[in-house]
Design a protein around this ligand. Sequence first.
Ligand code: URA
Length: 240
Amino acid sequence: MDRLDKLLTERGYGSRKEVQRLIRSGAVCVNEAVCKQPDAKINIDTDKLTVSGKAVNADKFVYIMMNKPAGVVSATEDRRDKTVIDLVPPEMRRPGLFPAGRLDKDTEGLLILTNDGDFAHRMLSPRKKVYKQYSAELNGEATEAMILRFEQGITLADGTKCLPATLTIPDPCQKNKIIVSICEGKFHQVKKMFAACGLRVVHLQRISIGNLYLDSNLTIGSCKMLTNLDIEDIFIGNIH
Ligand code: URA
């Protein structure tokens, strides 16, 4: 059993003070009855909780898909910049929510936020071979020779050897627009891989993780909750 105000604070409905005000205002129902007592004892697994008529998610772990915009940092807090956590709607929040894998400040696209550390490890570990696909625009043309170099594993300028990656040029008339697929997440990896080939990435967007694709209906900067089926998509079909 948890105190009602503690539970709603943990689920992102505001500070303890704000939540207490919300409860006293009559916006919170427990098992269909208005509850105005912040210290009411709640069992989140059995009691039905709503805030302003909307059900409170009881799940311990959450998995959120975000269409990350450029200009925000993939961190939980930052002194200067807006973070991806700032973009998560209150009802999706949990204590310990973090971005599972970073995208650079100027990179857009698919980002998963969760409070499940084991899941994040499974998704990010290069040994698990979960491929992340990026769509990139370059300041020059990709070549067949580059495709081969990516396949063999690019060596970065500092001597770091990357695992084999797949580079594709979907439209032969636009060889500066490519798709790259990697299963590791070194700092600035895609940019550094192209830098090693003498090219600069001018736009970068992550489009998929495993078999989970960025939802084309998700506008830039918005989020949606993922289902267990969505999560399974991340781990199936990751044999490349
Ligand atoms: N590679 C990069 O260079 N940047 C990203 O944000 C992701 C992959």
